[in-house]
Design a protein around this ligand. Structure first.
Ligand SMILES: NC(=O)c1ccc[n+]([C@@H]2O[C@H](COP(=O)([O-])OP(=O)(O)OC[C@H]3O[C@@H](n4cnc5c(N)ncnc54)[C@H](O)[C@@H]3O)[C@@H](O)[C@H]2O)c1
Length: 372
């Protein structure tokens, strides 16, 4: 049978299928960290650890209509093979532009394709926004499960957008002793909806913090996910002993924040690949500001101020090959750049459920190949 068909899954289909099941998502993402720790995956590039292939837009319009650089403006193809019980290839493909908000659109718009790893058949194509937001949040969720201090109660939330909703929700799943959160967003209008949704989903009381400092100081766990060109500045004195700081987007932090504390990465090899990409860009490492949440750390590593051999990986902690947190005083900084293996795992889980539930629309690419 030479038919090639795909199951199309819209956002509405995925909601019926359980895309918003955060406890399950955190478990699935934890399983992916275990596979990462064992090495049962391949991402793009010769070193098998590229975050993705990005279109960097030029500063000036070279031809009429050619896009130019702007805040959070990029296109990115994120590709991977994931082993374990998955054994599929997949891609998340997205465009991001902060100006989308002016059109009532989310900052980024994402599509996920999963392919049979032997034949390349694209057996499902789906809306990627919720999948991506959920899997992104689930990473600090897994980190909170393994690395937060015992009895952690308060989360400092920097940025009240789409991604940090998912992060805070997942942190609560990973660390159910959380009771309160302090949100700082440069746009205070973000507070009300954010607080209401989080209260509904988790029972956590979210307060508005009128500065980054006021969100950071009381926090046992910090989650940073802001967009745009002004990175939140976090002073090391503000960070409480025992805090877990999760950087889903970049925070401007001094070298000592990293040298005096423990750094754990989602996959340090991917961050090394960011550095290699930066070196090939005319703007150098600074070009990574638009894509790498580890940006400030990468700058220190690049100029030899930080010894990257100290950085450990969350997959090793999950597998018990690394000790994780040592005591309730240790400050741990998690850098997470986002990986296509996470998109593949969560979307594959949903695809299997959609098939069982009879959800989605079948699209036939061809019933028999015109040429072969
Ligand atoms: N690591 C990953 O896996 C991953 C995945 C997806 C997105 N991201 C990153 O997460 C970030 C947030 O994405 P989003 O979709 O939620 O964006 P968004 O635009 O929906 O929300 C970002 C929020 O940050 C606020 N903000 C901007 N600058 C701020 C500052 N200096 N201090 C406090 N608040 C500030 C904005 O007002 C906005 O409410 C982006 O940088 C994105 O690239 C990371």
């Amino acid at each position: 049978m030479a038919e090639v068909k795909s199951l199309l899954l819209s956002q509405a289909d995925l909601i019926k299928t359980g895309v918003l099941d955060m406890p399950k998502c955190v478990d699935v993402i934890e399983e992916v960290f275990s596979l990462l720790g064992k090495g049962d995956y391949i991402m793009g590039g010769p070193k098998e650890n590229e975050h993705g292939q990005m279109i960097f837009f030029p500063e000036e319009e070279r031809f009429p209509g050619m896009p130019v650089a702007g805040p959070d403006r990029r296109f990115m193809a994120m590709i991977a093979y994931l082993g374990g019980r998955y054994k599929v290839c997949g891609e998340k493909w997205y465009g991001s532009n902060l100006k989308n908000h002016e059109k009532g659109l989310p900052r980024s718009i994402l599509t996920i394709i999963l392919n049979d790893a032997d034949t390349g058949v694209p057996f499902t194509i789906m809306s990627g926004n919720l999948i991506s937001a959920m899997r992104t949040g689930a990473v600090p969720g897994v980190a909170a499960r393994y690395l937060s201090r015992s009895g952690a109660k308060v989360v400092g939330v920097i940025g009240g957008g789409v991604i940090n909703r998912a992060c805070l929700w997942a942190i609560y799943i990973g660390c159910p002793t959380i009771k309160e959160a302090y949100l700082f967003d440069v746009n205070p209008n973000k507070y009300e909806d954010f607080a209401r949704e989080i209260k509904e989903k988790t029972g956590i009381q979210v307060h508005y913090a009128n500065s980054i400092e006021n969100a950071v100081r009381p926090a046992d766990v910090i989650t940073v996910a802001t967009s745009g060109e002004v990175f939140p500045r976090i002073e090391k004195e503000w960070i409480k002993r025992g805090c877990l700081v999760t950087l889903t987007s970049a925070a401007d932090m001094d070298l000592e924040c990293f040298t005096e504390n423990t750094v754990i990465a989602d996959n340090w090899k991917m961050h090394q690949a960011f550095i290699a990409d930066g070196k090939e860009h005319p703007k150098g490492i600074d070009a990574l500001a638009v894509v790498a949440p580890s940006f400030f750390l990468l700058k220190y590593v690049d100029v030899g101020l930080y010894d990257a051999s100290r950085i450990r990986n969350l997959g090793d902690v999950v597998n018990g090959d690394d000790h994780g947190r040592r005591n309730d005083d240790e400050i741990i900084i998690l850098v997470t750049g986002g990986m296509p293996v996470h998109d593949i795992a969560w979307s594959y889980h949903l695809y299997e459920k959609a098939k069982d539930m009879g959800i989605g629309t079948e699209f036939v690419f061809f019933d028999k190949p015109y040429w072969k």
